[in-house]
Design a protein around this ligand. Structure first.
Ligand code: HPA
Ligand code: ZN
Length: 337
């Protein structure tokens, strides 16, 4: 019953790396199309390799997989496959991360990456009425100079980009390294988010807020270790894009029952549920909702609040947010009849 409820609940996804939605079947298809050698001989073998011990062990495979993406069409196919899938899960709005440096460092032009993704987003608007924003992420294991260069290149496509983010290996790569890059993005009118407090300490969440000026924190689960930080997030209503199955797959929490999502929700934080890298963690947004609901015994009210938060935390204009919130209210009312 709750499964059906979650399935039909209108929702937004705000933490999704498009490269992390590359399913093994498409990986093989693109490897074949582009004549790229893969170290795997079957889809099953690939799935078996998706056993991770921490963030880095995942990132190594994730960057290797992205090696099959070369042409505009590849980025289109990748993005379209994700959008079709989540349209079936009643996702009404998406804010998608992409990692241009993973591609430009292999000689793929920024233009091909952005154009392919953008075309798929446009098609989803036409075909499904699904709205979207694109968020460019800087790889934090690379230099500040490389991030600045990436931003400059991407500004040629300014009208297709809504914001910037920060991802990749967290420990040892604090947000403060990218202060000037985020200041430049701000001057350009871009929104700002950052992965912080996934594996790294609560201190990185402070830095993302104070030094980068982000309006949303990706993951942020380490915030419960710092009472003052909790007060700050609460006071400023800073949303957290939590990815529960990513957290258990990368051993941030040993098991879902240990996850602190309910604790954050009970504290009044604006918590959302997202899939992060669904092809690698084996679950899209609805499964993330369902597994979390079961393990933490979330009520229908909790689940509804989390879906509402996904729109409140989005970068949509207020009238669109209000529209989606009213759709949720309407949906919940029909369920109670
Ligand atoms: N954390 C950091 N970088 C990432 C992730 C993540 O969960 N997914 C893809 N890149
Ligand atoms: Zn992420």
């Amino acid at each position: 019953m709750i499964e059906e409820f979650i399935k039909k609940l209108p929702k937004a996804e705000l933490h999704l790396h498009i490269e992390g939605s590359l399913e093994p079947e498409l990986l093989f298809k693109l490897a074949d199309r582009n004549q790229v050698d893969l170290p795997f001989s079957s889809v099953e073998e690939v799935r078996e390799a998706y056993e991770f011990s921490d963030l880095q062990s995942f990132l190594d495979i994730y960057y290797a997989g992205a090696g099959v993406l070369l042409e505009t069409e590849d980025f289109f196919d990748l993005t379209w496959a994700y959008l079709e899938r989540v349209n079936d899960e009643n996702v009404k709005h998406v804010e998608i991360f992409f990692d241009p440096q993973t591609h430009t460092d292999r000689g793929v032009p920024m233009r091909k990456v952005i154009t392919g993704i953008h075309k798929a987003l446009e098609q989803a608007k036409q075909q499904f009425g699904m709205t979207s924003y694109l968020i460019l992420c800087f790889l934090r294991h690379l230099s500040e100079e490389a991030a600045m260069e990436t931003l400059q290149q991407a500004l040629l496509f300014r009208e297709w980009i809504e914001g910037v983010g920060l991802d990749s290996s967290e420990d040892g790569f604090p947000p403060k390294i990218f202060e000037r890059v985020f200041a430049k993005a701000s001057e350009e009118g871009l929104r700002k988010v950052a992965h912080a407090g996934e594996e790294g300490p609560a201190e990185y969440i402070w830095q993302a807020l104070d030094l980068l000026g982000v309006s949303r924190i990706d993951h942020g689960v380490k915030c419960t270790e710092d009472e003052k930080l909790m007060e700050r997030l609460l006071k400023e209503k800073v949303p957290l894009t939590v990815c529960p199955l990513s957290n258990t797959k990368l051993r941030v929490f040993e098991k879902m029952e240990d996850h602190n999502l309910k604790e954050m929700l009970n504290a009044g934080l604006c918590v959302t549920i997202n899939s992060d890298d669904p092809a690698y963690f084996g679950a899209y947004i609805n499964d993330n909702f369902l597994v979390t609901q079961r393990a933490l015994n979330l009520s229908l009210k909790d689940v509804t609040e989390i879906a509402k938060n996904s729109f409140r935390a989005s970068f949509l204009p207020q009238d669109s947010i209000d529209y989606h919130l009213s759709c949720i209210e309407e949906y919940v009312a029909t369920q109670n009849e």
